[in-house]
Design a protein around this ligand. Structure first.
Ligand code: ADP
Ligand code: G6P
Length: 483
């Protein structure tokens, strides 16, 4: 049996250079945090971009960079600034990301970016080819690398290739607007197995394949010349144990072991014991519905003024893709909204919104999850949303209320949460009222069910299910070919 090669744009760590030395910081986002747990358990190799462009890497530091990545079982694909601009900030995040999240009006269709996307995908495929042989299993991830399966298949017709899409696959009516739609589908069909988070994404993909390529689809298998490609849904889980254990240990921490953030949170809890902490954690992304959520919070406080000084919204927004204009606009909008709402409603002893615009270490994420009475996650469209699952996993005493958008893939598995339509302003604010007033017994009942499910369908099971399915598909295909 050969090795497993994971390939994605983001590696588990991002490298930064300051004052001539290299630091590796953990990557943020569902793909990296989820796959990290899978990768750390085995002897896989992870190929991806280091986060630094060729121009940013001084020659003399190149060997150290390779060494730093090797410590994380990773190896890098070199990208120039021009490539990053066209491939990452361009086609991936100005065309595919908005289109696949139904933000059609944000999608830009530029030939140059598409060409760079193709060239960079070829670079990733070449890196895979250089590090693999026919015995290996290749697991390619996400929308940045949709052409890689076919590029690898061309050179290694018999190698096992799995592809997993971490974002939604849109309906045919949306997907068909992409000028290079056939090429993207053909790229993906180089795989033996294509996985999605939900059945709906799978269904949309199959419909596009049928209608745009005219291929025969038998249930969830596609006939591609002499091969069968299987398509299935695998809802991604979290490293449940990691989060629940961290939360348990956190509860046993002595005061001297607590973080500054935790001490601040405790201080506020002590001074206003009845007040509720409402938490939202997202990358600063227009798909996450942050601005609508802020407006709904203001609406809630105006409708129920008795909750002034009784609730506090903690918004943790992680900087993301800040070279893309839509993200810059959103940053400005969120800054202004937070400023305006705090300016209008704050009192001498109360600031309604605490807004952090940064990435925080794992320990601080646990501080926030465990200190918050309510998690309020209202994406307008989200492939999965792992934050919702992480929040529930940290509620070791089973209290806490999750309010979750039904447009998040995770809502399919989290029926016990308060599910809302993120465009229904009144409903979002009412969900807050309900969460604040939910009896503890009801909270515990809902969370017990959720925790049981999350513990069982964890990230390890997700990866095993995908790999088992890939293996089975290969065996089936081998039988079909030999007939
Ligand atoms: P997305 O993949 O779109 O960013 P998810 O909710 O699926 O959304 O995944 C986000 C991941 O990033 C989670 O695993 C979460 O723990 C992590 N994360 C989110 N915010 C922060 C932060 N401020 N600092 C560190 N990690 C974060
Ligand atoms: C989502 C995508 C990932 C991406 C992550 C962070 O989870 O599915 O592919 O890595 O967001 O975004 P970034 O652009 O920083 O990699």
């Amino acid at each position: 049996m050969g090795k497993t090669i994971i390939i994605s744009n983001r590696l588990p760590v991002q490298l930064q250079i300051s004052n001539g030395s290299i630091t590796a910081v953990p990557s943020v986002g569902g793909l990296a945090t989820g796959m990290k747990s899978v990768h750390s358990g085995g002897d896989s190799l992870w190929i991806g971009w280091s986060g630094l462009t060729d121009e940013e890497i001084p020659k003399e530091l190149a060997p150290q960079i390779d060494k730093a990545l090797a410590e994380h079982g990773s190896s890098k694909v070199n990208l120039s600034q021009e490539e990053v601009d066209g491939f990452y900030f361009g086609f991936s995040n100005r065309t595919i990301w908005p289109l696949f999240h139904y933000f059609l009006e944000y999608s830009e269709f530029e030939l140059d970016s598409w060409n760079t996307y193709k060239n960079v995908n070829q670079k990733f495929a070449d890196a895979v080819l250089a590090s693999s042989d026919e015995e290996d299993t290749i697991w390619i991830h996400d929308y940045q690398l949709m052409l890689v399966p076919q590029m690898v298949r061309k050179q290694r017709p018999n190698i096992a290739i799995g592809f997993f899409l971490h974002i939604p696959f849109p309906s045919y009516e949306i997907f068909r607007t992409l000028p290079w739609r056939e090429e993207v589908l053909e790229g993906l069909l180089g795989s033996d197995l294509i996985g999605f988070h939900t059945y709906d994404y799978e269904r949309h993909f199959l419909s596009s394949v049928r209608r745009l390529l005219g291929l025969e689809v038998h249930f969830n298998e596609i006939d591609v010349s002499n091969r069968l490609v299987k398509v299935d849904s695998f809802p991604m889980g979290i490293d449940y144990k990691k989060f629940s254990t961290a939360a348990k240990n956190h509860g046993n921490n002595k005061a001297s072991e607590q973080s500054d953030l935790q001490r601040r949170l405790n201080k506020h809890k002590e001074s206003t014991p009845d007040a509720k902490f409402i938490l939202s954690i997202d990358r600063l992304d227009y798909t996450k519905g942050i601005a609508k959520r802020l407006n709904a919070f203001e609406y809630f406080l105006k409708k129920y003024p008795e909750y002034k000084e009784k609730v506090r919204l903690i918004i943790l927004a992680v900087p993301s893709r800040s070279n893309v204009p839509q993200y810059q606009l959103l940053k400005r909008e969120v800054d202004e909204l937070v400023g305006r709402i705090n300016g209008e409603l704050a009192t001498v002893s109360w600031t309604p919104i605490w807004y952090f615009y940064r990435s925080l270490p794992f320990e601080n994420l646990i501080d926030l999850y465990t200190s918050s009475d309510i998690a309020w996650l209202t994406p307008i469209r989200d492939g999965m949303n792992l934050v919702a699952k992480e929040y529930i996993a940290t509620r070791t005493d089973k209290t806490g209320v999750l309010i979750l958008s039904e447009m998040a893939g995770s809502a399919n598995e989290m029926n016990e949460a308060l599910l809302i339509n993120p465009n229904n302003f009144e409903q979002i604010s009412e969900s807050l009222y309900r969460a604040i007033n939910m009896p503890v017994e009801e909270q515990k009942e809902r969370n017990s069910q959720l925790q049981k499910r999350l513990e069982r369908y964890n990230v390890e099971k997700w990866a095993n299910d995908f790999m088992t399915s890939l293996r089975e598909q290969r065996e089936l295909d081998a039988i079909n070919i030999s007939r």
